[in-house]
Design a protein around this ligand. Structure first.
Ligand code: F42
Length: 330
């Protein structure tokens, strides 16, 4: 059975996000995911406030990384959220956003290996072990925490690339895949399954989340308008094989990239085609979005995360998902 999650970027006052999340919990969302970028509000402070203001929804980082935060500190932070939420914490972790690392002087080495080592160490720290670990990237010498989680903290891995997806298949309780179209999941799930098999696991052991660009409104045009710039950013950051899979040429990507770098969002909006919207978003009326969700479930998605922008009006969109989409699938 599918569950629903919602993503928030903490780029507005946290008190607003608390209200959205209380509403999301009320209308049936199972997970909330908060992004982690050094230049936005802090993810753990946000999760603590969400934990205090909710009762059922699972609260998670979506996603943190092992480069800008030491892994033992990450373990301590999420265990604290677990305590405040009485066992509802989830740790989403990925290699992070290289663009923001450059400005911090943080070196991005061997992302797949780093994540594998990070998850190994996290599980030991969660178990209360004193950890001595000499990995290629992560090195701990007798590090142990004085606190333990209330329950098991699930670890989800943010992954798109082949190697990252294989690591997620090997060691993740779940995977957060930044995509919206069944074609992309067909490819991703093959890699995920390869990793799972290697570790003697099965695909069904892993919660496969579509961390999608989502925009819903009763008026399909309003929904599209709200998602257009987000889709522009996705096109700009997509590898050539992802564009090729959807028949999008590199010249249109170049045009969008140049417009973004100049801050010319009018051109970005005009350059985003219907084909791009179709490839990189779950967008339209509740019926349109439900039809896409049906397709995603057929290829193996088990959690649908409504990511930015969610809709032209976030509150209305959360209510619409709760009243017209979630009931169709639960
Ligand atoms: N990033 C953030 O910084 N903050 C967020 O809040 C955030 C949210 C988020 C949510 C979902 C999601 O899927 C991703 C999210 N991200 C966020 C981005 C995330 O942190 C990663 O940047 C992104 O998921 C990584 O994309 P990717 O899976 O394509 O991996 C990159 C690193 C890649 O190039 N992977 C390749 C691959 O095939 O997987 C290569 C991996 C690689 O480097 N392999 C070797 C190794 O050992 O690591 C190195 C080879 C060698 O020897 O050098």
């Amino acid at each position: 059975m599918v569950s629903f999650g919602v993503e928030f970027v903490p780029n507005e006052p946290i008190t607003n996000i608390v209200e959205y999340v209380k509403l999301a919990e009320k209308v049936g969302f199972k997970n909330v995911w908060i992004t982690d970028h050094y230049n936005n509000r802090d993810v753990y402070t946000t999760l603590a406030l969400l934990a205090l203001n909710t009762e059922k929804i699972m609260v998670g980082t979506g996603v943190t990384n092992p480069y800008t935060r030491n892994i033992a500190q990450t373990a301590s932070s999420i265990i604290t959220v677990d305590e405040i939420s009485k066992g509802r914490a989830v740790l989403g972790i990925g290699p992070g956003d290289k663009a923001t690392f450059d400005s911090l002087g943080v070196e991005w080495v061997k992302p797949a290996k780093t994540i594998r080592e990070a998850v190994t160490v996290l599980r030991k720290l969660f178990a209360g072990e004193k950890v001595s670990f000499q990995g290629e990237i992560i090195k701990l010498t007798g590090a142990g925490l004085a606190v333990k989680p209330v329950g098991k903290i699930p670890i989800y891995i943010g992954a798109q690339g082949r190697l990252m997806l294989r690591v997620a298949g090997e060691v993740g309780d779940g995977v957060l895949i930044n995509a919206s179209h069944p074609k992309d999941f067909q490819v991703a799930i093959q890699h995920l399954e390869e990793g799972a098999k290697k570790a003697g696991r099965q695909l069904k052991d892993i919660d496969v989340a579509a961390y999608a660009c989502f925009s819903v409104d009763e008026d399909a045009e309003k929904a599209k308008k709200a998602a257009r710039i987000v889709v522009g950013f996705i096109v700009a950051g997509s590898p050539p094989e992802a564009l090729d899979r959807h028949g999008i040429d590199l010249d249109s990507q170049k045009t969008i990239r140049e417009a973004i770098s100049k801050g010319d969002f009018k051109t970005v909006g005009k350059s985003v085609t219907n084909q791009m919207m179709e490839a990189f978003s779950v967008c339209g009326t509740p019926e349109d979005c439900s039809a896409r969700i049906e397709e995603l479930l057929k290829v193996g998605v088990t959690q649908v995360v409504a990511g930015s922008p969610i809709g032209a009006d976030k509150k209305k969109a959360i209510e619409l998902i709760g009243s017209k989409i979630i009931p169709k699938f639960t």
